[in-house]
Design a protein around this ligand. Structure first.
Ligand code: BYC
Ligand code: FE
Ligand code: FE
Length: 472
């Protein structure tokens, strides 16, 4: 059985909005503010229409249609995964009790906080990516950018729905605030570090969708376990959209590496830069940057916040139900990497306090799969060079390694040594300028910028030379 989405309403939804007039009115008064934000902070390139997928159904069978639509006419709406009958809480002190359909008073503040933090990231990423439309390497890529942006806009809607429906006046205020903070703003920045960084070029975009959207996958995976059922169902549906964002990142980096490798072989050189591509060393530096700021998004590896969220049932673990333990973790302990006596070591921590570390570990294993595929591309090109994930302590601002000076290979160095190597490890102004210089828009159907290989995966079966976007 699957539930369709009601598109006859001003706000498409599958939460029966028409029978909740108060909520409907509240959301209808937020909607124009969202649209103003989209006009001012969303994609700055004007497109007449874009070949986008829109969710029409939340069930397993065919949940999306593809069509050319004007981005500002996109049908942002409120879609929750289907409700499971008799769902029970899978972990924490309420394990085995029925999932909550309302917010328990004692957890109101914490739940609201989690939803606000999640909601804050979604518009932040749209803001970060707003100017990329001017430099897309092809119409195919431009289309993917729009797709990611409209869906991140919808993820904002998802959190705003929860705030409006379950958190009263305070929730409505927080929903407004989500439109007032802005990425990189001095006065009102976005909440989490990575979402105030710039995404000025397409290599950064692919790295962001690979590493930072992947944090989204893991965080949404833990919120999908939440005892608060509406949050769980919301996140379950968001995860379906999320996989396309990571596909854009994974295959985007594939194509950058492929093109660089081609030119390295063709010109028998380590440096593909002078031949119009991005040098492998620069790809590694961008990777180092995006991976390390994304690791910060997991919070401290020792966290009483995380322990409290888990015990209360607000935020579970990745694949909670598949774990073979008591799902309460009151007795267990784990080893967590840390600085011990000035060296990289490990300390013993109560498992309950190490849940951010647990999630981060799942994430790291997943990140490694990309590195393996990119190295296969290098190998197939006959090249000896390899990419790698930098050490967990490299360039960290949050957690056990914040303030430590650790190189990408895990060696502890002095502050001076770190500074001296900064631009061997992280993109320098010269690197960024070179990457930016390659960013020239290519908007003829079937044509492609020279720094990237063509995509191998059509969108909904359409060929690469399909008119994915009509510009104005
Ligand atoms: N930057 O106990 P701690 C996505 C704060 S991405 C700034 O270490 P906790 C997306 C923290 O808030 C997924 N501040 O960590 C991707 C806390 O402050 P308070 C986003 C930080 O609380 C691409 C203090 O430090 N979703 O969807 O266990 C495109 C101590 O905290 C940072 C979520 O994150 C930081 N990096 O965990 C579009 C899920 N890290 O409360 C979208 C919801 C920590 O003492 N959020 N702090 O004032 C959470 O689960 C948690 O808030 C965090 C932090 C995992 C972020
Ligand atoms: Fe999202
Ligand atoms: Fe995403």
């Amino acid at each position: 059985m699957s539930e369709g989405i009601d598109y006859t309403e001003r706000i498409p939804n599958n939460v029966d909005l028409r029978n909740d007039r108060r909520l409907q009115r509240a959301l209808e008064s937020w909607q124009p503010k969202f649209l103003t934000w989209w006009q001012e902070m969303g994609p700055s390139i004007a497109a007449r229409d874009v070949y986008l997928r829109t969710a029409i159904n939340v069930g397993r069978d065919g949940w999306a249609v593809f069509d050319h639509v004007a981005p500002s006419d996109y049908r942002w709406g409120i879609f929750l995964a289907e409700r499971k009958a008799n769902r029970q809480i899978a972990f924490g002190e309420h394990k085995g009790e029925p999932a909550w359909q309302q917010v328990p008073g004692e957890y109101r503040a914490d739940l609201q906080r989690l939803i606000v933090v999640q909601g804050d990231t979604e518009p932040a990423s749209v803001e970060q990516q707003r100017n990329l439309g001017f430099t897309a390497p092809s119409l195919y890529d431009l289309r993917n950018l729009f797709q990611v942006n409209v869906e991140e806009g919808r993820h904002l809607w998802a959190m705003v729905y929860l705030l409006h429906a379950f958190f009263g006046r305070e929730g409505r205020d927080e929903a407004e605030a989500l439109l007032h903070r802005n990425s990189g703003s001095v006065d009102a920045p976005r909440i989490l570090g990575a979402f105030n960084e710039e995404t000025p070029d397409w290599l950064s975009f692919f790295m962001f969708t690979y590493f930072t959207d992947r944090d989204g996958k893991y965080q949404l995976g833990t919120l999908k376990e939440s005892a608060f059922d509406p949050l769980s169902r919301t996140c379950e549906f968001m995860l379906k959209e999320e996989s396309h964002h990571m596909f854009v990142g994974t295959t985007g980096i594939d194509r950058v590496v492929e093109r660089t490798a081609q030119l390295m072989v063709e010109h028998d050189t380590d440096d593909a830069g002078p031949h119009g591509a991005i040098p492998l060393s620069v790809i590694q530096k961008y990777l180092n940057f995006h991976y390390s700021v994304s690791l910060d998004l997991f919070g401290s590896e020792r966290s009483t916040n995380a322990a409290n969220y888990f015990t209360a049932g607000l935020k579970g673990r990745w694949n909670e139900e598949r774990r073979r333990d008591d799902h309460k973790l009151t007795e267990d302990s784990v080893r967590v990497e840390s600085i011990v006596d000035g060296q990289v070591g490990a300390v013993e921590v109560r498992a309950l306090n190490a849940l951010n570390h647990d999630l981060r570990n799942q994430y790291i294993v997943d990140c490694q799969t990309g590195v393996v595929r990119w190295n296969r591309i290098l190998e197939e090109a006959g090249l000896p060079q390899r990419l790698y994930l930098p050490h967990i302590g490299f360039n960290r601002r949050v957690g056990a390694f914040a303030g430590a000076h650790i190189g990408p290979r895990g060696d502890v160095v002095t502050a001076e040594q770190w500074e001296a190597h900064r631009h061997d490890w992280l993109p320098s102004e010269v690197d960024k300028t070179h990457v930016l210089s390659l960013m020239r828009p290519v908007y003829e159907p079937g044509k492609l910028a020279a720094w990237i290989a063509p995509p191998r995966h059509p969108i909904n079966g359409k060929p690469f030379d399909y008119e994915y976007v009509h510009l104005t």
